[in-house]
Write a protein that binds this ligand. Sequence first.
Ligand code: NAG
Ligand code: NAG
Ligand code: NAG
Ligand code: NAG
Ligand code: NAG
Ligand code: NAG
Ligand code: NAG
Length: 468
Amino acid sequence: MASARLYTVFTMLTAAVVILTTWMFPYERFMIWDQYSSDHQDILNPMVSKLRLIQPPVERCLLNQSLLFDQTTYPTYTEVVVLNRDRLYRQGDVLTVKVVARDKKRRLKTYGGDFFRARLVSSDRSLQASGAGHVTDHCNGNYTVQFQLYWVGNVSIKIQLVHPSEAVKILQSVGHVPNKRGFQCIFGNLETKDHYTQQCFSSNNPSLPPHRKCDFSKPEANGTWICEKPEKLPCSAITKCRWNPDISRVRALVSQEEMKLFQKPYLETELEVNPKQPIRVLETDLPTPEHLPACTGNTRESGASLGHWSGKVWKSAVCNVRVFNKEEIQRCLANKTVYLQGDSTIRQWSEHLQNVVPLYSDNRTTNSPVFRVGNNNQWNTSVRYRFHNVPVQVKAWFNFQDFRYIVDEIDATHGGPNTVIVLSLWAHFTAEPLDVLRSRLYAIRGAIHRLLPRSPGTRVFVRTGTTR
Ligand SMILES: *[C@@H]1O[C@H](CO)[C@@H](O)[C@H](O)[C@H]1NC(C)=O
Ligand SMILES: *[C@@H]1O[C@H](CO)[C@@H](O)[C@H](O)[C@H]1NC(C)=O
Ligand SMILES: *[C@@H]1O[C@H](CO)[C@@H](O)[C@H](O)[C@H]1NC(C)=O
Ligand SMILES: *[C@@H]1O[C@H](CO)[C@@H](O)[C@H](O)[C@H]1NC(C)=O
Ligand SMILES: *[C@@H]1O[C@H](CO)[C@@H](O)[C@H](O)[C@H]1NC(C)=O
Ligand SMILES: *[C@@H]1O[C@H](CO)[C@@H](O)[C@H](O)[C@H]1NC(C)=O
Ligand SMILES: *[C@@H]1O[C@H](CO)[C@@H](O)[C@H](O)[C@H]1NC(C)=O
């Protein structure tokens, strides 16, 4: 039982990395990767089966030769044509759009790899509904975008050329380069004259001879942190670190000409849709399931792309997402210790809970960007936020010693049915080679492996991925 569950956790961890890197998501979303429940609900729901046919974009469509700058996809001449414009559309139908990519000389593109962001939005602003489209790359310069029509009313199509395939290719090759970002750490005391600012690296740096480096890496966590050793101070004199974009190596990796592909109009330009009038979506004739089963919090689908946003609420097409009010949140978290670990996107959850439950922090942790403990004695709730360790893309100096690896934190956790662990690692890894994130997750998976048999009933949720 436990091992089956562990396996699914691991599968989801690896799957998340693989899926999220090959499938460029239209926008940031969060996913709950815990147990994977089977697709048994599909047969109940006429809306879902149709979407199974839709393929995610593919990287193999990128041209396998040096860049052809004069053939770069040009948004102004790239056409978006709504197919079957005149047919009657009903909720649950699929609306299909063809995208024909062209270059600046209006020539048809002959290869794919363009990164489009496709959305359907309600024309009625008060509805505030939106959903993602699924892009199929035919690898010949033509693309098919399919939108599931989840709600009734008039809808508008919005397709953005996020990056032309030529830029995607540059991102892909630059993505594999380690140590692109500039990091610095201070050795010694910042307040005295006796301190040195040294360059640091999130991957091994072979050009640094052993006697010139301070290696703070932790193999058990698959975490790497290496600094140039100051000549007059020991490695243990490290105090603060930061990200310094001024010493980034990215400029050296990308030529002037290539840089232009990351500016307008080649960056995030809305395409003109033909015809641009909204499309009317009528109520369906088909019986829709009266009541979807409640989302368990474990279904992959409830967080994934089958559904749409209605204001700030995610309406899954597969299950009924429960929206908790204040009292329900308080009751749900009563007698619980919640560990939120990762980047600032999970700190925002902690800040939200801070206000809702509400939680009270002692002064020591209130202003730390690295950790924060909030308690509510009435509800016997404790929420503990902690930043994952370096690499951290923050310009302000932070105390290096304040950081802990998630692996070490999980190993130190008692766990049990009253413990919830939510992990989020992505934002500070997007500039790293994929292996850096993948290895980190391997080690975390190991820690979850140790935790669950030790403390059965601990709930673990992992959110990860990159947008590459
Ligand atoms: C792309 O080029 C590389 C090296 O030139 C080659 O090894 C690879 O097989 C090619 N891939 C495709 C899909 O043509
Ligand atoms: C792409 O679509 C356009 C317009 O429908 C068509 O003229 C062109 O032949 C298509 N390209 C390929 C390679 O099928
Ligand atoms: C949708 O648009 C049509 C015109 O295209 C209009 O007649 C109709 O009232 C609109 N419906 C809604 C719900 O706004
Ligand atoms: C608070 O919750 C813990 C479990 O997290 C439980 O062991 C403890 O008895 C609770 N304390 C009170 C006062 O309810
Ligand atoms: C919290 O734990 C205490 C002690 O175990 C128990 O009496 C109380 O009912 C629990 N509160 C909730 C809301 O579960
Ligand atoms: C904590 O902060 C509050 C408000 O800033 C202040 O009134 C209080 O004295 C502080 N307590 C301690 C122990 O520093
Ligand atoms: C570190 O990551 C590698 C894969 O990149 C994996 O094989 C290894 O087991 C990981 N180490 C730990 C301690 O998890």
